[in-house]
Structures are given as C-alpha cells and as structure tokens.
Design a protein around this ligand. Structure first.
Ligand SMILES: Nc1ncnc2c1ncn2[C@@H]1O[C@H](COP(=O)(O)OP(=O)(O)OP(=O)(O)O)[C@@H](O)[C@H]1O
Ligand SMILES: [Mg+2]
Length: 235
C-alpha cells in the first residue's frame, strides 16, 4: 500500500503540487489525468525520489520513501517509466534487462529466463540481441516497461505509456498493464492523456488541475463530473 499525504512542491513561485493526497491499495491501478502542467509528472518525480517534496510524506508498506535518492527508492520497490523513455542505448535489450536485475540474487539462467519472459510479453524477443538505440521510440517504451518489471517492483509509476506507441501495440500494452496487479502482485499508477485507456484500466481515477486534485472516483463518476467536463472541454 502506497500513501501520499499533503504533498507540496514548488519551483520558484510556481506551486506544482499544492497538498496532494493519494492512496494506492495493493494490486490496484490508479489512473491520473489532468491538463498539461497540472502536476502529474511532478507527483511521480516526488514519489520515486527525483524531487524532494517541500512538505508531506510518502509511505510504501510502512516505510518512508521521501528524502531517499532515486536508486534507494527503486530498491524499496518502486519502478518508474518516463514520458520520454530512458533505456541504456548502447546495451542490447538482454543486457538492459540484466542491469535491471542487478540486485537480484537469482542465478544467471534464472535472470535470463525472466528477461526473456518480459521481452516476449512486450513483443521484443526477436530483437533481444539488438542495441536499444536501434529501437523505435514506441519500442523503447515497451523495453522500459519490461525492464522495470524484471526488478519485481511493488509499485510501478507509468508516465504516458501509450504516447508514441502505435494502436496495435497500445492495445497489447493495455492487456499487459491490466494483468500486472493480479499476475505480478504489483500496484500501478498510470498517468495518461489517453482517457479511453485510463477509463478501461483504472480502479480509481484522480483528476489533477493546477497542482491539486480536482475530483476523484471511478470512471463513471469522473466522466460525469461537471468540473472535469469543464476542465477538459471548456465550459
Ligand atoms: N524542474 C522543474 N523546474 C521548474 N518548473 C517545473 C519543473 N518540473 C515541472 N515544473 C513545472 O511544474 C508544473 C507541473 O509540471 P508537470 O510536468 O508535473 O505537469 P504534467 O501534469 O506532467 O504535464 P503534461 O501533461 O504536459 O506532462 C508545470 O508548470 C511545469 O512547468
Ligand atoms: Mg507530464
């Protein structure tokens, strides 16, 4: 269980997060939507240790995450993908996958099997000996997801996983994300502008606006909320 309490983060005079509260139960998928610049990525950056929040606390299974550097937070079970994917360009896909398992005590064969399992899931097996730099942007996003899953995280933070991924792969990705909580015991925070995918996948949805939560609830609640309709479509 991940909880975020009263999280605040400013950049100079700009309040990017104005006291955000989030509860993510085990095996849940939490969707986060909101206009450009509403603070979604900043929230993820605070959770995984890229930013130190000004106020508030972030707790995963009873342990404080805030204040720890990014690698420590990763070691505590938080995986993260980025709006612009960050993979090791000059390593092969298999080596990218192996790096993710650096903390694993598993034997080489076992690590290799896990790498292949995830590369197969994201349809990149045939490219396993290629360098990551040879992949398209969409494929790099898939590799990034495979890589963070190989570290067996407790929670993953996905920032725009569908952006730049073609519709067929996006459909495959939806299926993979949907199964992650039940099949891999991992909770998911999903930030996306793709409302259809968010509505399909999320058990709970948060709508952000100017660094605060505008409204939250299940898909039906959020879809019919006048404040959301106004924020997205204009009055
Ligand atoms: N490192 C930074 N320095 C200064 N301002 C920042 C920094 N990171 C984010 N901001 C500002 O904080 C606000 C929230 O940005 P954030 O990236 O969290 O938005 P977002 O909801 O992810 O938007 P998008 O949908 O476009 O990805 C924006 O006004 C942004 O310019
Ligand atoms: Mg963002």
């Amino acid at each position: 269980m991940l909880t975020v309490k009263n999280l605040k983060k400013s950049f100079g005079g700009l309040q990017a997060l104005r006291g955000v509260n989030v509860t993510l139960p085990d095996q849940a998928i939490l969707g986060i939507i909101g206009m450009n610049g509403s603070g979604k990525t900043t929230l993820l950056n605070c959770i995984n240790g890229i930013y130190i929040p000004d106020e508030g606390d972030i707790v995963l299974d009873g342990a404080r995450l805030d204040g720890h550097p990014i690698h420590k937070v990763a070691g505590m079970g938080v995986g993260r993908t980025f709006q612009v994917p960050r993979v090791f360009q000059h390593l092969t896909l298999l080596d990218n996958m192996d790096v993710a398992q650096v903390a694993s005590k598993a034997e080489r064969d076992e690590r290799y099997a896990l790498s292949e399992y995830w590369l197969d899931k994201v349809a990149l097996m045939r490219l396993r000996h290629n360098y990551a730099e040879e992949l398209s942007g969409g494929q790099q996003k898939l590799l990034e997801l495979a890589r963070i899953m190989a570290a067996k995280p407790k929670v993953i933070l996905l920032d725009e996983p569908f952006a730049g991924v073609n519709p067929e792969l996006a459909q495959m990705l939806i299926g993979i994300i949907r199964d992650i909580p039940t099949q891999h015991g991992c909770a998911v925070i999903l930030v996306s502008h793709d409302l259809t995918s968010i509505y399909q996948l999320s058990h709970h949805i948060i709508v952000m606006n100017e660094g605060a939560i505008l409204t939250e609830g299940d898909a039906a609640t959020v879809k019919s909320d006048p404040a959301v309709i106004e924020a997205y479509l204009g009055a």
